[in-house]
Design a protein around this ligand. Structure first.
Ligand code: FAD
Length: 391
């Protein structure tokens, strides 16, 4: 089949890779003019790690990524309040756990799609599914026809809006927002350490990356609409973190020189099903679990692997394949989403009491025999990749 995939992030190119292997003809579309750079880092593990392994990507991902050693919580004066060795996570996952820039992960997956048609700065604008195929109008005005269309275009998926309706019908807001930006040459640096300062309703973290870059991550509670312009976004962050203590003054003083900033709501996408006729959704577009799950990239890759495998298994019966894809993944994704929501108060506590309990739990989790119990349960390593016959 000729299959259009909207979105060249993590899910889209993973799907393209497996579809080509099974003899289909995927065509990728991306609204950005090139692969997105910068952004934030992700923890990468679980079934997505297994998919990457089957794509022979692990050596490259390991060389691009980081094996973070410690999560350190500090108070207003910078003194350590909590310490968790990441080796515990490494042990629980048999060493199959790394931290990597989302953009580096996406770039390695895309590189594995060499030879697959990919259009940047050109996306699907309109769809018309007539039952026998899908007519597509592109943002540059061209038209094309495909057997299937897959929306892999992230949390704010345009394909979802076209085929299923407005985002508000499926979005579950967490009441949190996230901002991420890079500071070159920032000091102090703590190599391979995630340093985090938390107050009720807001968290500020830094992670030292290669090339003397430091990633700053801000997660905070807000119900207000977020500004779209860079100046408004910087003003919001400056306002929220004004009286935060720790290194906030030094970080905010450099905000002026930041020219790329990621800011978005922390939301989930919850849908009863992921397909309409010949159109289906994948990754964050279908079932965003949010950064609170710490596994969105791996889940997106797993969904892509399963969707491609089910299309192959169903020998062209896309209806059966879409149903089997949802049957296999739907409950699993919902459990991940539920667990992520429970983690929300842990990530950004809503009171001093909740912050105290969180720090206590983190320090308890650092005691080796409690690690498996407290941290291991939250990993939910309970999904085994189905085996699909290779052609
Ligand atoms: C701050 C933060 C921290 C996170 N931490 C982790 C973590 O630790 N571990 C983890 O695994 N995950 C983490 N995640 C989640 C993870 O990034 C996502 O779940 C994952 O990237 C989803 O992949 P995707 O391909 O579905 O979507 P995306 O990676 O968002 O890719 C979607 C692509 O579609 C493109 N696009 C958007 N609209 C259109 C359109 N209309 N037409 C064409 N193309 C379009 C976008 O430009 C993008 O390239 C985090 C997310 C955030 C925001």
């Amino acid at each position: 089949m000729r299959i259009a995939i909207n979105g060249i992030g993590v899910a889209g190119p993973t799907l393209a890779y497996w579809l080509r292997l099974y003899g289909h003809k995927p065509v990728l579309f991306e609204k950005a003019p090139a692969l997105r750079r910068g952004g934030y880092v992700v923890d990468f593990w679980g079934s997505g790690y297994d998919v990457a392994d089957r794509m022979q990507l692990i050596p490259d991902l390991t060389s691009d990524g980081y094996i973070i050693k410690e999560l350190r919580g500090v108070n207003r004066q910078g003194r350590t309040r909590t310490r968790l060795k990441v080796k515990a996570l490494q042990d629980l996952t048999q060493g199959r756990f790394l931290t990597i820039a989302r953009s580096d992960l996406a770039a390695r997956i895309f590189a594995a799609c060499d030879g697959i048609a990919a259009h940047f700065g050109c996306a699907i604008a309109e769809l018309d599914d007539d039952g026998a195929g899908v007519d597509v109008t592109l943002t540059d005005g061209r038209r094309d026809r495909f057997d299937l269309v897959i929306g892999a275009d992230g949390l704010h998926s345009h394909i979802r809006t076209l085929a299923f309706g407005p985002q508000r019908d499926f979005e579950r807001r967490t009441g949190l927002a996230v901002a991420a930006f890079m500071l070159p040459g920032y000091r102090p640096r703590d190599e391979l350490t995630y340093v985090q300062h938390t107050l009720p309703h807001r968290q500020l973290s830094r992670i030292a990356l290669r090339n003397d870059q430091t990633l700053i991550l801000c997660v905070f509670a807000t119900e207000a609409a977020l500004p779209h312009d860079l100046a408004g976004q910087k003003a919001l962050i400056a306002d929220i973190y004004a009286k935060t203590g720790w290194e906030a003054p030094a970080i905010l003083s450099r905000l002026d020189r930041v020219d790329e900033l990621y800011l978005d709501r922390v939301s989930q996408i919850r849908m009863p099903d992921w397909s309409r006729g010949r159109v289906a959704l994948l990754g964050d577009a279908a079932a965003c679990a949010s950064l609170l799950a710490g596994e969105g990239t791996g889940l997106a890759m797993t969904e892509a692997y399963v969707l491609a495998g089910e299309l192959h298994k169903a020998s062209g019966d896309y209806r059966a394949a879409f149903a089997a894809y949802h049957d296999r993944m739907g409950n699993h994704l919902q459990r991940k989403q539920d667990a992520a929501l429970k983690f929300s108060g842990f990530f950004v506590p809503r009171s001093w009491g909740a912050l105290f309990l969180r720090d206590l739990a983190t320090n308890l989790a650092a005691i080796p025999f409690l690690t498996r119990w407290l941290v291991g349960a939250s990993l939910n390593l309970d999904f085994t990749l189905p085996a699909y016959q290779r052609p």
